[in-house]
Design a protein around this ligand. Structure first.
Ligand code: SAM
Length: 290
C-alpha cells in the first residue's frame, strides 16, 4: 500500500486555505504513515470508526479496503477538510461527522462499525469522552487500533487523567475492556531516545491478529520490556526502558528534571499553578500535533 501521493496531498492542501485551520501536516504524515500502513490490513473488509479523524488522511487509506468508514472529529473546520479529502476516496461508504466523542456516543446506535481507529487523539478526550468511548464504543468492536505518542510535549494540555501518552496505560485500558493486546512501537529515528509513537492493537479473544510482514526493531524491544515489566510489576512510564532494552544505555532525561525555583516570587507562582496542572501544560488543542 502506497502512502498518499505528495501531488495529491498538495492539491488537497491548496484547497484547505479557505478553511482557516491547520491541515494535517505532510511532514508528520511522512514520518508516521509508513509505519501505520504496515497495519492497514487490520481494516480490510471492516466497518471502521475513527475518532479524532482530523482531515481524514488516515481515513483516505483505511477506506481503500474497508467495507465502510466513519470519521468523527469535534472540529467543524477539520470535517470541512475531511469532506475535501473524501472527494479523493473511491469507497462510497464513507462519511465524516462533526461531533465531540462524548456527544457522538449519545447517538451511537446510528452508526455501524466493528473496528475502532484513533490516532494521536485519545489523550485529548475529556474524562467523560474516554469513559463513554469505553462504555458505548469499545463493546461494539472486535478490533481496536490506537496510535499514540510516547511522551508528553513540553507544553501539553492533556484533557483526561488516563496518561494515554504512556502506551502501557492504553494497553491496560483495552485489557480492562476485554481485549487481548499487542503493542508495536515505531522504529527509532536518528536521535530519538524512545520511539516517537506506538500502535496498540486490541483484539477480542479468538480474533486473528494480522501478521506484520517485517518485525520492527522496536517490537523486539517491546518483548524484552514486557518480560522485564512482568518481573518488576512496573506499569508506569515504560518508554525509557524501551530505549534501555534496545541499546543497553540509560536513556537520560526524557522529561527534564524540574528546576529548583530560586526566588520567593517564583515559588509562589509555582504553588499557585500546581493547583491546576492543565493550566501549567496549557496549550490549546488546535496548536498540538498539527
Ligand atoms: C492531534 S490531532 C490528531 C489528528 C489525526 N488523528 C492524526 O493522527 O493526524 C487530534 C484530533 O482529535 C480531535 N479531537 C480532540 N478531542 C476530541 C473530542 N473530544 N472529540 C472529537 N474529536 C476530538 C481534534 O480536533 C484533532 O483533530
Amino acid at each position: 500500500m502506497k502512502m498518499i501521493d505528495k501531488n495529491e496531498y498538495d492539491k488537497l492542501y491548496s484547497k484547505m486555505e479557505k478553511h482557516h485551520a491547520v491541515y494535517q501536516k505532510w511532514t508528520r504524515l511522512e514520518k508516521r504513515m509508513p509505519f501505520f500502513l504496515k497495519f492497514i490490513d487490520e481494516f480490510k473488509d471492516k466497518k471502521v470508526l475513527e475518532l479524532g479523524c482530523n482531515a481524514g488522511l488516515y481515513g483516505y487509506h483505511i477506506a481503500q479496503t474497508a467495507k465502510s468508514y466513519i470519521g468523527a472529529d469535534q472540529g467543524d473546520c477539520y470535517i470541512a477538510q475531511a469532506n475535501e479529502t473524501k472527494k479523493f476516496i473511491k469507497n462510497p461508504n464513507v462519511q465524516f461527522v462533526q461531533a465531540k466523542v462524548k456527544n457522538l456516543t449519545k447517538d451511537i446506535d446510528k452508526y455501524t462499525f466493528d473496528t475502532l481507529f484513533c490516532s494521536f487523539a485519545l489523550y485529548h478526550f475529556s474524562n467523560k469522552g474516554v469513559a463513554r468511548t469505553k462504555e458505548y464504543i469499545l463493546p461494539k468492536c472486535n478490533t481496536v487500533v490506537i496510535s499514540t505518542r510516547t511522551q508528553k510535549r513540553k507544553k501539553w494540555n492533556s484533557d483526561n487523567d488516563y496518561k494515554f501518552y504512556k502506551p502501557k496505560n492504553v494497553e491496560r485500558w483495552l485489557r480492562d475492556s476485554g481485549f487481548e493486546v499487542e503493542s508495536h512501537p515505531c522504529p527509532l529515528r536518528e536521535g530519538d531516545k524512545v520511539p516517537h509513537f506506538v500502535i496498540t492493537i486490541g483484539k477480542r479473544p479468538g480474533i486473528k491478529t494480522i501478521i506484520i510482514d517485517e518485525p520492527t526493531v522496536s517490537d523486539k524491544a517491546m518483548r524484552v520490556l514486557d518480560e522485564r515489566l512482568k518481573k518488576e510489576a512496573v506499569l508506569d512510564d515504560p518508554m525509557p526502558n524501551v530505549a534501555k532494552a534496545l541499546y543497553g544505555e540509560t536513556p537520560g532525561a526524557v522529561v527534564p528534571p524540574k528546576k529548583k525555583v530560586a526566588t520567593r516570587r517564583r515559588r509562589n507562582y509555582t504553588k499557585k499553578e500546581s493547583g491546576n496542572s492543565k493550566d501549567i501544560d496549557g496549550v490549546g488543542q488546535s496548536t498540538q500535533e498539527k
